[in-house]
Every structure is written in C-alpha cells, then in structure tokens.
Design a protein around this ligand. Structure first.
Ligand code: 13P
Ligand code: SF4
Length: 302
C-alpha cells in the first residue's frame, strides 16, 4: 500500500515494539485494511488466524464480538479493541436469557449461533458458525432440527440449502436489511452487464436477485476469480474500496452503505490503543471456558 501517513508509520513502529498484530475485517477503510493490517478477512478467517497467532498483542480492527472471539481463542494474550463501542445490531438482538428460553421451548434441539453474538450468548450455544460455513456447521451436527440465532435472513438462506429444519431468531443486520430487490433492478438497468454479489445477511428477495451469494471473503473470491467488468457488492461499502485497490480493472458500482459500528475504528484510535495497551477485552475465566467451546467446535469443522 503506497500510503505513508504519519499515523500509519507510527502504528507500524508500535506494532514492532509491542510484538503486536492488527486484524482487520473486510469492512475496514483502505488505510486500515491495506495500511496497517497484518491479518485481513471475513469473520471466519479472523477467528482462525487469531487462534494461530503468536504475537503478544492482538488489535482487532473490527466490531466488539470479533474482539471477544479473538480473546476466547487467546485468553492469555492482550486483545485490544480500539473503540469498545463498536457494536453490531445482530449481537445486540439476543441475550443469554433469550437462548435459554429457546432451549426450553425446543428441548433437546442444539443451538447454532452465528459468531455475530456476545461471548455471553456464545456460552449458551452448542456451536458457532459464520456466513462462510453456516450450512457445513449445521449439517456437521447430524440432527434433524437446529435452533439458529440470531440472523433471520441468514437462517432463511441456510434453510434453503439444507434438509435440516431451521428454527430462527428475529435478529437483522441494520446495514444489509436495507437493500431491496428494486435497488438491484435499478443498478442492473443503470449499469448493463453488472455482476451482483450479495451477503446472506440481505433479505431473501435480494439474494434471489443476485448472481452469487457468500460471506465477505467468498464475495471477494468471486470477483478475483470471475473478474467481471463491473460488479455491485451488496454489502458494507468499504469492502468495494478495498478490493478496488487490488483490482483496478474492475468497476465497482455501489450506494454508500457504511456500517456505523465498523467505522468507529480509526487510525488514531488504533495508534492510541497500541500506545496505551487499552481498551482491552477482559472476560472472566468462567465465561471464557464456556464460550470458547462453541468457537473451537466451529474451528474443528472443515
Ligand atoms: P463475514 O463473516 O461475511 O465477514 O460477515 C461479518 C459481518 O459482520 C457481515 O455484516
Ligand atoms: Fe453487525 Fe451488520 Fe455491522 Fe456486520 S455490517 S458488524 S452484521 S451491524
């Protein structure tokens, strides 16, 4: 990445001093994603690579549940979240008491939780999944029914790709729920030949109108593989900027659809976190013991 801003240079130096790595989700802005990240990817890649990491300090340029997941698989390391207010409407849609109530209503049915949940909710679940492995995880259980929390649209998408009965929750992503099939039709009319690639947190009619559906990493893989002349990535819009930096020959068309939580993470906050080793993700030992089990089960599913 050609950018040499003072903030980027300072962060690169601090990473060496602290033996730290920066993990950046695909929705971070290009100066973070290309400027200072050591590990980049979707939620699954970040969880996997956090588990394999040998740095002393992990800085999560993503939202709070991603930093908690990094802590669950690295309980003895310092995990920093540059702005702890970086939440997620899905994670906020369900509480541990809600999960216990679902279990009581469906005795014996296992709970699959999307990683977009708090550690306290994970502690009540049997196994985690991401949008990249949800069908595989559901089918790995070898059961006829599962409770699938918290994203109703992802649950509906999974239900269409498996014979396992899916009992959903009512959570939604505040960014993806706003896309409409009409909007896709307008983009197709305005940009002839555009390839439409959507994230499964979008409503079903949007997924039906898309050419391809996948996690953020699977969406990027599609563009790298197919090299469409122009593409509409139906997701948080910073991701298009990140891929456009890598593939200048592809035209990325998009509305502005920022995730306000992801955008709380900035270069000055990353720098401050590395200088002060705060704010840290701290979880009590009992919660870590319970919540890491579903994450590790997910990581064992290939
Ligand atoms: P991915 O796992 O596909 O990166 O999705 C995470 C997310 O928050 C999507 O809104
Ligand atoms: Fe949560 Fe949606 Fe933001 Fe992803 S884009 S972090 S699901 S609010």
């Amino acid at each position: 990445w050609p950018l040499h801003a003072p903030e980027i240079d300072a962060i690169r130096t601090l990473k060496e001093t602290r033996n730290a790595v920066v993990l950046a989700h695909n929705y971070q802005t290009p100066e973070i994603f290309h400027g200072v990240a050591d590990i980049q990817g979707d939620s699954l890649a970040l969880a996997r690579q956090a588990a394999d990491c040998d740095a002393d300090v992990l800085v999560v340029a993503g939202v709070h549940f991603m930093a908690e997941t990094a802590k669950l698989v690295n309980p003895d390391k310092t995990v920093l979240i540059p702005d702890p207010r970086a939440g997620c409407s899905l994670a906020e849609s369900i509480t541990p008491a809600d999960v216990r109530a679902l279990r009581a209503a469906h005795p014996g049915v296992p709970v699959v939780t999307y990683v977009n949940t708090s550690a306290a909710v994970k502690a009540e679940a049997d196994i985690c999944c991401t949008s990249g492995n949800a069908v595989r995880v559901v089918e790995s259980l070898g059961v006829a029914r599962v409770i699938f929390i918290p994203d109703i649209f992802l649950a509906q998408h999974v239900a269409r790709h498996t014979a396992v009965e899916i009992i959903p929750w009512r959570g939604t992503c505040e960014v993806h729920e706003r896309f409409t099939a009409d909007e896709i039709r307008t983009f197709r009319a305005g940009y002839p030949g555009v390839a439409v690639v959507a994230h499964p947190e979008c409503p079903p009619e949007v997924l039906d109108a898309a050419d391809h559906v996948g996690s953020t990493a699977q969406m990027i893989d599609y563009v790298r593989r197919e090299r469409p002349e122009r593409v509409f990535l139906v997701t948080e819009c910073s991701m298009s900027d990140n891929v456009a930096a890598e593939l200048p020959e592809v035209e990325f068309v998009k509305p502005c659809t920022l995730c306000p939580h992801m955008k709380r993470i900035t270069l000055p906050k990353i720098r401050r976190a590395l200088e002060t080793l705060a704010p840290r993700v701290e979880l009590d030992a009992d919660l870590i013991d319970r919540a890491r089990v579903p994450v590790e089960r997910m990581l064992a599913v290939r």
